[in-house]
Design a protein. Structure first.
Length: 314
């Protein structure tokens, strides 16, 4: 228990520090925006590059890993959508956003530090393999479903599938995480080990990724807050922190994934909702209150749920 306390609580304390420095006026929120950009565009891509470049891919199949995780996502997303549309009587757009908020974990900013501290390098390999497809799959699904829901709600003409797909792919090709993963895969295929000054610099930048990511998340929380839809947000919070990791855990065991990969997938699925839910809400101008409330609630309660899943798995 004490080991779990030391591995989990510091993660949320760093988030708390980030929130406090903005909330108390010690730093401006714009500083957090800059830090978040550095983490997303530099530090985490370098960490992903190093992980893939130096990884030993053996044991479990990547396909089984993807199936295990996205099976849990599909179950949770569906439940979130049904909760919004059937139980709360909201329109299909809120249904999609409810599914996104329930199933889109903050795998990069919180998942990476959590898995690194509790599972180690083999866990980071599993998480990097997941991240190679996670963002494309989730953003494509969220965007396509939201476009469809908008047509159902407003009667707007449909955007052509080709144009929609081109826009999504253009954004993904420019995404720093995708670039970091692709460069790491290329370096791994070449087979030249990292060494010398390059290795030192890569290691130092990668080491900054976790603490900087956590503090930047905390600094961003002040602009979200609890801003409405608390009933539905409470449901999406429960789905995110309990149902998603439970579904992923079940799928991992049914598919026979090894212990480290199972722990990595379940732990990263147990973390708070990612800011992507807010980005989708902002892009389609719907459900800001639901997205922000879910992000805030899952972050506030995440230390309890993450500790419980860590106790079970590690």
């Amino acid at each position: 228990m004490s080991e779990i306390f030391l591995n989990v609580v510091p993660i949320f304390l760093l988030i708390l520090i980030g929130w406090l420095v903005v909330r108390l006026g010690y730093l401006k929120a714009t500083v957090g925006d800059g830090l978040s950009d550095f983490v997303f565009r530099v530090a985490v891509p370098v960490l992903l590059f190093r992980t893939i470049a130096e990884a030993e891919f053996s044991g479990s199949s990547p396909w089984l890993l993807w199936v295990a995780y996205f099976s849990g996502v599909a179950v949770t997303w569906t439940l979130g959508h049904l909760a919004a549309t059937v139980i709360f009587g909201r329109d299909p757009r809120i249904g999609v956003l409810s599914g996104v908020s329930s199933a889109f974990a903050n795998n990069v900013f919180i998942g990476l530090p959590l898995v690194s501290r509790n599972v180690g390098e083999s866990g980071l390999v599993a998480l990097s393999i997941l991240l190679s497809v996670h963002l494309p799959v989730m953003m494509i699904a969220g965007t396509v479903l939201m476009e469809r829901a908008e047509r159902q709600t407003s009667g707007k003409p449909a955007q052509s599938p080709a144009r929609l797909l081109r826009g999504i792919l253009r954004n993904l090709v420019r995404n720093p995480l995708v670039i970091g993963l692709a460069c790491g895969a290329l370096f791994h295929l070449i087979g030249t080990p990292l060494g010398g000054p390059v290795k030192i610099v890569v290691d130092q930048v990668a080491a900054v990724a976790a603490p900087a990511a956590l503090i930047s998340i905390g600094m961003a929380l002040d602009k979200y807050g609890l801003s409405g839809n608390l009933g539905l947000a409470s449901v999406t919070t429960g789905l995110k922190l309990i149902v998603l990791p439970a579904s992923v855990f079940t799928a991992c065991h049914l598919l026979g994934l090894d212990r480290d990969w199972t722990a990595a997938l379940v732990l990263t699925s147990s973390v708070p909702t990612g800011v992507n839910a807010w980005l989708i809400a902002n892009h389609f101008n719907v459900g800001h209150g639901l997205a922000s409330s879910t992000i805030t609630l899952t972050t506030a309660l995440g230390v309890v749920s993450v500790s419980a899943w860590t106790l079970l798995l590690v």
